[in-house]
Design a protein around this ligand. Structure first.
Ligand SMILES: [Ca+2]
Ligand SMILES: [Ca+2]
Length: 365
């Protein structure tokens, strides 16, 4: 049996077309009056066509104790300092819903001293960067780009992420650190600021909404605001044979004095080696990039830019019309109960106004 969705005036109908009935030129009609019923019918209609859902996971692994580098937002008397490490999305637009990263907070500090978390995502330089300016670092090849991807920023202060801090080890020591020694070329090689001991803390983050990214090579940049002291992001192993993934880059750092440039923590500041930073990402594919993950998207192949419901279905997918789509958007219609028709002012008569409300809809040729 084939189900066909049609629109007839204000009613959306499902046409149940069986082979036998079709031969007789007859159809069974059932009117659908609620979205729930429409969604139910769509689930039937699309069951065989649902996009294949695939989880997305990425992890650099647990801290290796080699280095800890500052990751803190701008606050009173403190300059913003950012550490970034890279990841890839190999295929399909992906919705990243969660992240974890591990760092040090001062010894004896309560977990509640983590007041806020902000996450930014960067593409690789020179994407969207000023390539004409004079660099103040040895190189920008394979660095994060100048500025973050706007739509991918999530911040606890505006509710676009929530986070929790968990104690991993009460005492953890790293052999080296980068906190304040971030200098423009040619003074960049400080060899680091030496060992640091602190509490090893895992920060778990949930993004609301998830971060949608097309396939590509990106940098993950977390910042933690502490009530006192600094959050130092811990390094993770950076294997070379084989690498964590093909093209794995070392971690980079900058403060607001150096921005928009970045320095390589290993090659430039320590003067040797290359580091990853300890973090993980969790998400799911979203093949039509409508913001609804494939596992719950009842309408694969939604055209780009369409407004969709919680099932990932555009108006046109729920109630297709014969003609091509002219535009989708917001329209003024009379408010419910508004009986007067708008006819325009009659000569000499007072202007007649009706109350309108906005609805979303589609216009077909
Ligand atoms: Ca890396
Ligand atoms: Ca969809």
């Amino acid at each position: 049996m084939k189900l066909v969705m049609t629109k007839d005036r204000n009613e959306t109908k499902t046409k149940n077309e069986t082979t036998a009935l079709r031969e007789l030129g007859l159809f069974e009609w059932s009117a659908l009056s609620t979205n729930k019923t429409i969604a139910g019918a769509l689930a039937l209609l699309l069951l065989g066509f649902q996009a294949s859902a695939a989880p997305f996971t990425f992890s650099t692994g647990d801290p290796d104790g080699k280095i800890a580098t500052l990751s803190r937002p701008l606050s009173l008397g403190k300059v913003q300092t950012e550490t970034a490490d890279d990841f890839i999305i190999v295929s399909n637009t992906t919705l990243i819903s969660q992240a974890t990263f591990t760092g040090l907070i001062p010894s004896g500090a309560p977990l509640s001293s983590a007041l806020n978390v902000e996450i930014e995502i960067y593409q690789v330089f020179p994407n969207d960067s000023d390539t004409n300016r004079t660099l103040h670092v040895p190189t920008r090849a394979n660095s994060p780009r100048d500025v973050e991807i706007d739509h991918a920023t999530r911040d606890g202060l505006d509710g676009s992420l929530s986070f929790a801090a968990t104690l991993v080890k009460a005492s953890f020591t790293v052999s080296n650190s980068v906190v304040n020694g971030i200098h423009a070329a040619t003074n960049q090689t400080t060899h680091g600021e030496g060992p640091v001991t602190g509490e090893e803390v895992l920060i778990s983050v949930t993004f609301n909404p998830p971060i949608s990214l097309p396939p590509g090579h990106y940098f993950f940049r977390p910042e933690v605001l502490l009530s006192s002291g600094d959050f130092l992001w811990l390094s993770a192993p950076k294997p070379t044979a084989p690498p964590l993934f093909v093209g794995d880059l070392q971690s980079w750092i900058r403060n607001d004095a150096l921005a928009p440039d970045w320095l390589r923590i290993g090659a430039d500041i320590v003067g040797a080696g290359a580091f990853n930073a300890s973090f993980s990402l969790l998400g799911e594919t979203d093949e039509d990039a409508d913001g609804v993950p494939d596992s719950v998207d009842l309408c694969p192949g939604t055209p780009a830019g369409s407004i969709v419901d919680a099932n990932g279905c555009s108006i046109d997918q729920i109630a297709p019309c014969r003609g091509p789509l002219e535009r989708e958007g917001s329209f003024d219609v009379p408010k419910r109960g508004e009986k007067r028709a708008w006819t325009g002012p009659a000569r000499g008569a007072p202007t007649q106004r009706i109350s309108t409300r906005k609805v979303r809809g589609v216009v077909h040729r």
